[in-house]
Design a binder for this molecule. Structure first.
Ligand SMILES: [Zn+2]
Length: 284
């Protein structure tokens, strides 16, 4: 099966030193590409280093809503430097999270809005995290007059109605381990409502391991279990859905094309166009 992971914190300090080992596992399981997104500012240099070490790892930089105070003038200048150098595949993880209250709502909204505007300005997809904040999220899109947005909402666990609103904005929807949990029957029904061409899968590595791996870290190749669950909810073969998700992944992150003289398009074409699938709809 061709494997993608659109949302993995691969510069996380907890798994950083073991990266040679889990990268080898990912390749063994057929990883085509993983979007590695940052949460905090001090991860950014490691993120860029990793994307140089492993061409299938696409870098995204951003400040997560847990740490909006890290969205400083220095962070903004650093992000803009990488954007101008065309070194990023996406911006994120960004968003709004009011799970722990709204004490810093204004700060979160400012950090999110400014990073989102940079994503729009530079034509990059946004990796979006929302929790207890859908109304405010759509409110900010309206305020910024963003009627259509490239990117995805990560670890989706919401309703069918909210999924409809997300899709209407042009966004993809990504499912993570929670859709595999036994009690998640409602979420699996919601997942089947999302058009296949707008689906993505993720691990949120190193967190949210699936059932068999509970108590350990998660790694990008484990999206295989998510794809199997989504395919079962649709009554289709997992390999077919995996192929479609590869197309979705490559279509969304195709902006990534110029790190260190390497051409990401060539990499993807090489990876995705096997002789057995001459009609792969991939085009870059
Ligand atoms: Zn995340």
């Amino acid at each position: 099966m061709k494997v993608t992971d659109c949302h993995a914190h691969l510069a996380d300090a907890r798994i950083w030193d073991a990266r040679a080992s889990w990268l080898a596992d990912c390749r063994h399981h057929g990883l085509v590409g993983a979007l590695a997104n940052a949460a905090q500012f001090d991860e950014w240099p490691r993120m860029m280093q990793l994307s140089q070490e492993a061409p299938e790892i696409l870098p995204a930089l951003g400040i997560h809503p847990f740490w909006p105070e890290q969205w400083t003038a220095e962070a903004k200048a650093t992000l803009e430097r990488h954007l101008k150098a065309n070194e990023l595949a996406a911006i994120g993880e960004i968003g709004l999270d009011f799970w722990n209250g709204r004490g810093n709502q204004a700060l979160q909204e400012r950090a999110f809005a400014e990073q989102l505007q940079l994503a729009v300005q530079y034509g990059l997809p946004a990796c979006i995290h929302n929790r207890k904040s859908w109304q405010e999220f759509f409110g900010i899109l309206n305020e910024l007059k963003i009627s259509e947005l490239r990117g995805y909402c990560h670890n989706y666990t919401g309703s069918r109605e909210t999924a409809r609103q997300i899709l209407d904005k042009g966004l993809h929807i990504s499912f993570c381990s929670p859709v595999t949990y036994p009690e998640a029957e409602r979420l699996r029904r919601v997942s089947a409502f999302v058009p296949a061409e707008r689906l993505l899968v993720e691990t949120d590595a190193p967190d949210l391991p699936q059932m068999p791996y509970r108590g350990t870290f998660s790694y990008p190749w484990q999206t295989i279990g998510v794809v199997e669950t989504l395919a079962a909810a649709r009554g289709i073969a997992p390999e077919a859905l995996a192929e479609q998700i590869v197309v979705n992944f490559q279509g969304l992150f195709k902006k990534w094309d110029g790190r260190d003289g390497r051409d990401g398009g060539d990499y993807f074409t090489h990876q995705a166009m096997s002789p057995s699938s001459p009609s792969s709809p991939l085009s870059l």
